[in-house]
Each structure stands twice: as C-alpha cells, then as structure tokens.
Design a binder for this molecule. Structure first.
Ligand SMILES: Nc1ncnc2c1ncn2[C@@H]1O[C@H](C[S@+](CC[C@H]([NH3+])C(=O)[O-])CC(=O)[O-])[C@@H](O)[C@H]1O
Ligand SMILES: O=C(O)C(=O)Cc1ccccc1
Length: 242
C-alpha cells in the first residue's frame, strides 16, 4: 500500500471545509486511518478471523464503505470456504479507483468485485458476512436503520455483521476518552492544529452514537445477538448475528 504521510490538516486553513473522502484523503488514507483509529490494524485482521467463522460456501461477503480495501484483503486471505465472492463498495471514486489497483496486486484467493456506489442503494443478497468497518458513522443517522435492515435481510440465517464505530459516551466519560484519544493522536505525530482542524471538518459528518443506540438499532433491524468484541478508547467493534 502507498506510503504517503497524512498532512491534510497540517497547514492553517482560512475556513475548514467539511471532511470529504476525496483524492487528497484517498492518497494518504492508510497513514491517516492507522494514526487516527486506535487498534485499526488489529481490528482489520480480526475481521478476517471472524469472517472465516461466519462465512458459508457459495455466499457473498460484503465490505461496505471499503475505502482502499483493507478489510476485503484481510477477508480474502482468511476465509477458507469454497466459492465465496467479496463485494467491496464505496461511493468515493478516489477510493475505488485506488482500491481496484491494490486488489489487483494482492494475491488472495477469493475474487473481489470493487464497486463505486452508495451502500444505501446496494442490494445485499446471499450474504453470510458483511462488514461496516467505521462506515456507518458517516451515514446520516436517519438512514442508518434502513441500511441495517437491508443488510440483515440480505444475510442468511446465522450470518454476521461486523460493525466498527467511533462511540459517543455520557459527558464525564466522553471527556476522559477524548483526552486519551487526543493523546493518542499526538503520540502518532499529529499537531494541535491538525487535531483541531480535523475535529472541525468532521463535525456533523462523522456522527458517533452510544453503544446502547447501536445495540437497540441492531436489534430493531432484526439481529438476534449483538456482541461487543473490541474497544480502544472511544472506538469499538460489534458483532451482530442474524
Ligand atoms: N453512503 C456511502 N456509500 C458507500 N460508501 C460510503 C458512504 N458513505 C461513506 N462511505 C465511505 O465509507 C468509508 C469510511 S472509512 C472506512 C474504512 C475501511 N472500511 C477500512 O477498514 O479501511 C472510515 C474512516 O475513514 O474513518 C469512506 O471510504 C467513504 O467514502
Ligand atoms: O480522526 C478522527 O477524529 C476519527 O474519528 C477517525 C477518522 C479516520 C479517518 C478519516 C476520518 C476519521
């Protein structure tokens, strides 16, 4: 994967525009996400492991909001079942163009289709596994339930959704976790200016919700079990089983 350093918010901007997954972000994305999401690499590789447990032969495996395809690559190396197909979808052309090339250079066994499109308009079918790895947080809150229902309806019985998100907490815990999260960013080389400009850019774009809100919505969408399996500061990952 490309080795460009994330300097997207390094220079003072007169007005900070809303965060977009454009060319500038896609170019530095591996560095940006690695330095911005505690436990990102581990979560991605664990998704491979979880996918192999829930995948069924002859089914589809969805990577929703795939960015550069890190989750698709982890899954295609970890899943051992016959005749599976991975479908990686993202609505950023800058991401899917790069993702196509990265997937083409990877030697994993399972075919991966990279599609540029909106996951809210994508038909999920014959699926045993779906991953929303830090994607649902960018979907407008009012659209989240319908998306989860469409995933649930496309999953076979016993199929799994892996949902990773930045979480919101009650005020006192939020303060503690925000402090630790900014420490994490600083420890990864981000300046105060970068931290503050990115925070502004993400306002109303990345909208975190509480663990209870996620749990309740997943149950309302028809998932039987919701199991939190990872938390690093304010980031978590849940396994929801149909
Ligand atoms: N409506 C939408 N339809 C399709 N894609 C969307 C939509 N909205 C946002 N996206 C896409 O969701 C991705 C979210 S990043 C996922 C990381 C990846 N999963 C990873 O494991 O590396 C998370 C982050 O950057 O924190 C971006 O590529 C958006 O273009
Ligand atoms: O940087 C942040 O504040 C985040 O919440 C994580 C992130 C990572 C990559 C793109 C957008 C947000």
């Amino acid at each position: 994967m490309s080795g460009f350093q994330d300097r997207v918010f390094a220079e003072q901007q007169e007005t900070v525009a809303a965060f977009k997954f454009d060319e500038a972000v896609a170019r530095v994305f591996p560095d940006m996400i690695q330095r911005s999401v505690p436990g990102y690499s581990m979560v991605v590789s664990m998704i491979g492991l979880v996918a192999d447990r829930y995948a069924r032969p002859g089914t589809n495996i969805y990577d929703l909001g795939s960015s550069l395809g890190a989750v698709s690559i982890a899954m295609r190396h970890a899943v051992s079942h016959e005749n599976c197909r991975i479908i990686a979808i993202d609505n950023s052309e800058a991401m899917t163009e790069r993702c196509e090339k990265i997937i083409a250079e990877d030697d994993g066994g399972i075919p991966v289709d990279v599609l540029c499109g909106d996951i809210r308009e994508t038909m999920i079918e014959n699926a045993s596994v779906a991953a929303l790895n830090f994607t649902l947080q960018f979907i407008p809150v009012e659209d989240r339930l319908d998306l989860l229902k469409s995933i649930r309806n496309g999953l076979c019985s016993g199929g799994a959704l892996i949902l990773s998100e930045k979480l919101a907490f009650p005020a006192q815990h939020q303060t503690i976790l925000d402090t630790l999260y900014y420490d994490y960013k600083r420890a990864n080389g981000y300046s105060e200016l970068e931290i503050s400009q990115k925070r502004t850019a993400l306002e109303n774009v990345l909208v975190p919700e509480s663990l209870d809100e996620h749990r309740e919505r997943l149950i309302e969408a028809g998932f039987r079990h919701v199991v939190p399996w990872y938390q690093g500061f304010n980031f978590c990952s849940l396994l929801a089983v149909r």
